[in-house]
Design a protein around this ligand. Structure first.
Ligand code: SF4
Length: 316
């Protein structure tokens, strides 16, 4: 076997070993798609959000430091060119103790001295449980980008979806990150309040975001995952879904109210109309494009791909 063939075989085997515990939906923050992904936790420690089935029944597990180092060693072999951006994999790896996160960051830097930053998904309460000094130390160690699944700024929506955190918790978490110098992106979910709370969801989300400094908003639309408990509420008519076209209008309403400087990224496949741009620079252009699509849909002149997307998510 040539050196190249052996290397290809080793890489394939290493990848299988490194990610073997991750399920079908191996979900990474959209803002961190092009990172070296290091397994540190499997699944999510919370697993009670009503709309979520990302963990597919998998139990939460923290990997041991030795196990993590072994994965990092293999990732170094795989990435023989400089690798600068890293992601701690799992539903909410920031739940780990600061002490453990610092050790992990140290190991990443030992194997990858060229590392520029380490990112991770986080719940708001994983952040607020840490002290300001701990957050500053984590920032100094290179953990410099978190992704928080805020979804909504409306307490009634958060409670309906059993998010386990409040608007105030989300605001406090973002403000603590601002103080520690840790950058963050947030997920916002259109349709998550259902028809009943649609306007409140959007208006409260806009007012919350206007108090924060996320470098990116990842805008997604609620879909019903097969294993999500929300399905029971839909079947019993306790939750009435916002049709995808109305969700697009929710997005427009949200964008129109934002006064912050950030990236609006609504290119996720759950949205019927993918669009991305910087605000405030491109805000008016983005709104105009959305208005054009709304007018096109309302006139019945919908492009085929939009119809397909719409019918796919609309009939689930
Ligand atoms: S949405 Fe996030 S925090 Fe909620 S259960 Fe799913 S992975 Fe955990």
């Amino acid at each position: 076997m040539t050196d190249t063939a052996e290397r290809i075989r080793n890489i394939k085997n290493f990848k299988r070993e490194i990610y073997r515990e991750y399920g079908f939906y191996y979900y990474v923050p959209m803002a961190e798609a092009y990172t070296v992904q290091i397994p540190v936790t499997v699944s999510c420690s919370y697993r009670r959000c009503l709309y979520c089935d990302l963990n597919q029944g998998m139990k939460f597990r923290e990997l041991g430091l030795d196990e993590i180092e072994e994965h990092i060693r293999k990732l170094r072999y795989i990435n023989d060119r400089p690798a600068k951006r890293f992601l701690l994999a799992g539903g909410n790896p920031f739940v780990l103790s600061s002490e453990k996160l610092l050790k992990i960051a140290g190991t990443v830097r030992e194997y990858f001295p060229e590392c520029e930053y380490i990112s991770a998904f986080s719940r708001a309460d994983d952040i607020t449980r840490k002290t300001s000094d701990e957050l500053r130390a984590l920032h100094a160690a290179g953990i410099d980008r978190l992704c928080i699944g805020i979804e909504s700024g409306c307490d009634e929506v958060l409670s309906l979806q059993e998010k386990g955190v409040s608007r105030a918790d989300n605001l406090r978490a973002m403000s603590m990150l601002d103080d520690a110098g840790i950058k963050y992106s947030t997920y916002i979910m259109l349709g998550v309040g259902g028809r009943g709370l649609s306007n409140r969801h959007i208006d409260d989300t806009a007012s919350l975001l206007n108090l924060a400094n996320p470098f990116q908003l990842t805008v997604v639309t609620l879909v019903l995952f097969k294993g999500a408990r929300l399905i029971e509420k839909v079947r019993s008519h306790e939750f009435s879904r916002v049709p995808p076209f109305e969700a697009l209008k929710e997005g427009r309403r949200l964008l129109s109210q934002l006064e912050i400087s950030t990236i609006w990224d609504a290119t996720h496949k759950t949205n019927i109309f993918p669009i991305k741009g910087k605000i405030p620079e491109h805000k008016e252009k983005l709104l105009k494009r959305i208005d054009d699509v709304i007018a096109e849909i309302e006139s019945g002149n919908v492009k085929q791909y939009e119809l397909k997307r719409w019918s796919k998510w609309g009939t689930e």
